[in-house]
Ligand binder design. Structure first.
Ligand code: NAD
Length: 453
């Protein structure tokens, strides 16, 4: 049995289901495949179904936001934003079902037609994390379905109820069996790998690596979106208080449980003034029950996650490192906003994603060193630079090797129609979202047509 529980009150069980065995997954795969043949042939039906699914999710918005607050402790305003994003993603891909599915090329000898055509893979598997329990299933399932595939979704056990409700809302508008929920943990995820025609994973780097290895051994098209160790560079001319305001939200928002949360700030020149400004801004952001509309951070996902974050923060203490922590309310799984002042960059937090409200502030002599450090990081999902000098912004942005490069913008925030994914350990395989999703969810074939004589 797997169950998901309210992080603030573990006696509040939101969903409890048996984990799917390999046989269960195989049975769901067979039904999904038989529904997919007809589905693949009818783009208008797909467009209409996804439009109706968007309307159904929109109609259930209040209920879904409440579920997300209870199940994963997301502050209610962000939970509402996530539901709205889920609707927008479904609407976008409802239109994408009718978009161009190939290209025309000039035949080298001028005879006949040379073209490419994108066709659905068939059955795709989706493995998703707890932290965006609706938006991530949506941004994978919507393009997969729009492009003519059937889908098996294996959500995080910690976000089972949200995923189950999402599937239920969509299923009502889809052919029987085309989209199926596969509850379970790593074993069920591995069972998907041996059944599907392509797999899209989002989660931790360690799990992503094992999925990518298994998929490549099976020659299975795969995409893994993993953890992010996201750097922000503050150039000397930047307005410190304004940057600190942006960074504070990117550190503490949803208790730092976003792949795009800011993990490290590289300050050109002295870092002390920036650290003071950041602590002041963090102190203004309320931590508390996620059902409160003013709250920026609730608890982290489980007591165990809180305990492992505390241990990781303690391990950062050492010569040359100062750990500065804010206050937290009484209650389970709260973690204080934590700033690790570490000018040598040798602490654990300077090297690895700690999936909570923990940020390293590190002084660097100049922008070249800042860029070198940002590019030396292993999990380069997002990198940002803050400056009022456009020329320097462009020069730095041009050198940053991260999946998303942002100028004077938060590291968090995703554009649903732009390619999304990381570099280094942060991602493997093609990008996702927008039309970038075509690469994983379709196969491109080259077609040559010659005159018969
Ligand atoms: P997790 O790795 O614990 O779990 C993610 C999913 O993978 C779950 O469904 C889990 O059951 C499954 N899983 C775990 N091990 C597996 C295995 N060996 N084989 C198959 N499936 C397996 O991650 P989490 O704690 O739910 O999510 C947080 C992590 O996800 C963070 O590292 C965060 O940065 C990352 N994340 C990345 C992105 C991105 O787009 N890059 C977005 C959101 C979250």
């Amino acid at each position: 049995m797997i169950s998901s529980r309210n992080p603030l009150d573990p006696s509040d069980v939101l969903a409890e289901l048996p984990a799917d065995t390999a046989d269960d997954v195989a049975r769901k795969a067979a039904s999904a495949r038989s529904a997919q043949h007809e589905w693949a042939r009818n783009p208008m039906q797909r467009s209409t179904a996804l439009s109706r699914a968007a309307a159904a999710v929109e109609a259930a918005a209040a209920e879904l936001a409440d579920l997300v607050v209870r199940e994963v402790g997301k502050p209610v305003v962000e939970a509402e934003g996530e539901v709205a994003r889920t609707v927008a993603v479904l609407r976008y891909h409802a239109q994408a079902a009718l978009a161009s599915a190939g290209s025309i090329l000039p035949p080298a000898d001028g005879q006949g037609l040379l073209m490419t055509r994108r066709s659905p893979r068939g059955l795709v598997g989706l493995i998703t994390p707890f932290n965006f329990p609706l938006a991530i299933p949506a941004w994978k399932a919507a393009p997969a379905l729009a492009l003519g595939n059937a889908v098996l979704l294996k959500p995080s056990p910690l976000a089972l109820a949200s995923a189950a409700r999402f599937v239920e809302l969509l299923e009502a508008h889809l052919p029987d069996g085309l989209l199926a929920l596969c509850p379970g943990g790593a074993d069920t995820g591995q069972a998907l790998l041996s059944t599907v025609d392509a797999l899209s994973f989002t989660g931790s780097t360690a799990a992503g690596r094992s999925v990518a290895v298994a998929a490549s051994q099976a020659h299975l098209p795969v995409q893994t979106e993993n953890g992010g160790h996201n750097s922000v560079i503050v150039l000397p001319d930047a307005e410190v208080s304004a940057v600190a305001r942006v960074v504070a939200r990117d550190v503490l928002g949803y208790a730092g449980q976003k792949c795009t949360s800011t993990r490290r700030v590289l300050v050109c020149g002295q870092s002390k003034g920036f650290t003071e400004a950041l602590l002041e801004e963090l102190g203004k952001l309320p931590i508390g029950a996620p059902s409160r509309r003013d709250v920026v951070a609730g608890p982290v996902i489980t007591d165990a996650a809180a305990a492992s974050l505390e241990a990781a923060v303690e391990s950062c203490r050492g010569p040359g490192v100062t750990v500065l922590r804010g206050a937290v309310p009484e209650g389970p799984a709260y973690v204080a906003a934590t700033v690790v002042q570490d000018d040598e960059g040798c602490s654990l937090a300077a090297r690895e994603e700690l999936f909570g409200p923990v940020v390293v502030v590190q002084a660097v002599p100049d922008e070249d060193r800042a860029v070198a450090l940002a590019n030396a990081g292993s999990a380069r999902l997002v990198a940002a630079v803050h400056t009022r000098d456009l020329d320097r912004a462009l020069a730095v942005a041009d050198q940053l090797r991260a999946g998303m490069v942002r100028v004077n913008a938060p590291t968090t925030g995703v554009d649903l129609h732009a390619p999304f994914g990381g570099e280094g350990d942060s991602g493997y395989g093609p990008r996702e979202q927008g039309r970038a999703a075509d690469a994983l969810f379709t196969v491109e074939r080259t077609i040559t047509v010659r005159p018969s004589a």
